[in-house]
Design a protein. Structure first.
Length: 83
């Protein structure tokens, strides 16, 4: 009788790099592997960073995320109207 040991496949390199980032890796690992409540920690962290950027650099930090979202929204509109 033979026994086989099955080893799980290693995660892709991009996922290992993401998990290696101190705070974001912890939140991403929890979101992928189970605890979905940690998305709120990520949202609070992002909003806090945005608030600190506004306090540091003023109005440009306030409207730059909207400016960065323009291509994404444009592609979404094209995707919606195509279907």
């Amino acid at each position: 009788m033979t026994t086989e040991t099955i080893t799980p496949a290693a995660p892709p390199r991009s996922r290992r790099i993401l998990f290696a980032i101190p705070v974001l890796g912890w939140i991403a690992r929890d979101l992928i592997h189970g605890d979905k409540d940690n998305i709120w920690y990520l949202l609070v962290a992002v909003l806090s960073l945005w608030a600190m950027a506004v306090m540091t650099w003023g109005v440009p930090a306030l409207y730059l995320p909207a400016l960065a979202a323009v291509p994404v929204i444009f592609l979404m509109l094209l995707w919606i109207t195509r279907g």
